[in-house]
Design a protein around this ligand. Sequence first.
Ligand code: PSU
Ligand code: MN
Length: 303
Amino acid sequence: MINRNIHLSTEVEKAKREKIPIIALESTIIAHGMPYPQNLKTATNLENIVRRQGYCPATVFLLDGMIMIGAEQAQLEYLAQAKDVQKVSTREIASVLVRNQTGATTVAATMHCSHLAGIRIFATGGIGGVHRGASESFDISADLTELQKTPVIVVSAGAKAILDLGKTLEYLETAGVNVFGWQTDSFPGFYSANTPWKVNRIDDTRQISAIYHKQMELGIKSGILIANPVPVEDEIPWNEMSIIIDQALVEMQVKKITGKAVTPFLLSKITELTAGNSLETNIKLVENNVKLACRIAGELYND
Ligand code: PSU
Ligand code: MN
């Protein structure tokens, strides 16, 4: 029985009936993570990548009091352009539904909604995590707490480089979340394929789904983070990126940006400072994650 707050698109409903693997996609990246029109182009392209593999994409968002699993093209267009779309992490799901607001779901909220809808895998850009200076600001993304409690495989290009990657990895370890580097020992840093941090390597997609199923058998309810490095030809190397990020962080402090505005501010500032190069990399890395999610999904079935 599907949760009464969930609305499945026609495409997702059909995929469920025919037992076609479904891959969830988030909508914060569309509404708050990228500028228009690149956001719309990317969202449409990601869905088509999934379809070309013979699987079903499910962009998750909130509309008219319902959790929407799967978007129509007109809805993607709305999410990409409207100014009144809320950024929804897990804690905001209920209030945005009750108030009939339109919401774009973050990694945390997309995981939660995917799980409610029986979807086991989700592809995104980079997860949120422990921010630099977190010992003072206490800024730690709810993406990490959701990974701790929700059994969904998340394919991302590591964590966003604006974060403190070392502390993010420590947090995930404490939370009991498995983090695997896809064919790499170096934890990917979103824009950069490699960072100075190490990660547990995995080379086989069948092993990923086997570990997922084994965790479920064992009553381990945490998610699994697959850290997939951006292709080297599309990356901005770590050293180059570090300088730009430091600059963006200084501006953030000067402007006193806090709370959920932090990530969107930094992403757009970095796009500006790299004259659009970071946006190109961002688009490429999400595509790469969706492709890997499709490979894993072949061995995972829906509930
Ligand atoms: N990755 C991107 N672009 C984004 C995000 C991730 O390439 O916009 C979003 C995700 O939705 C992620 C959120 O869950 O940023 C984290 O926000 P916060 O740090 O406020 O939890
Ligand atoms: Mn935050």
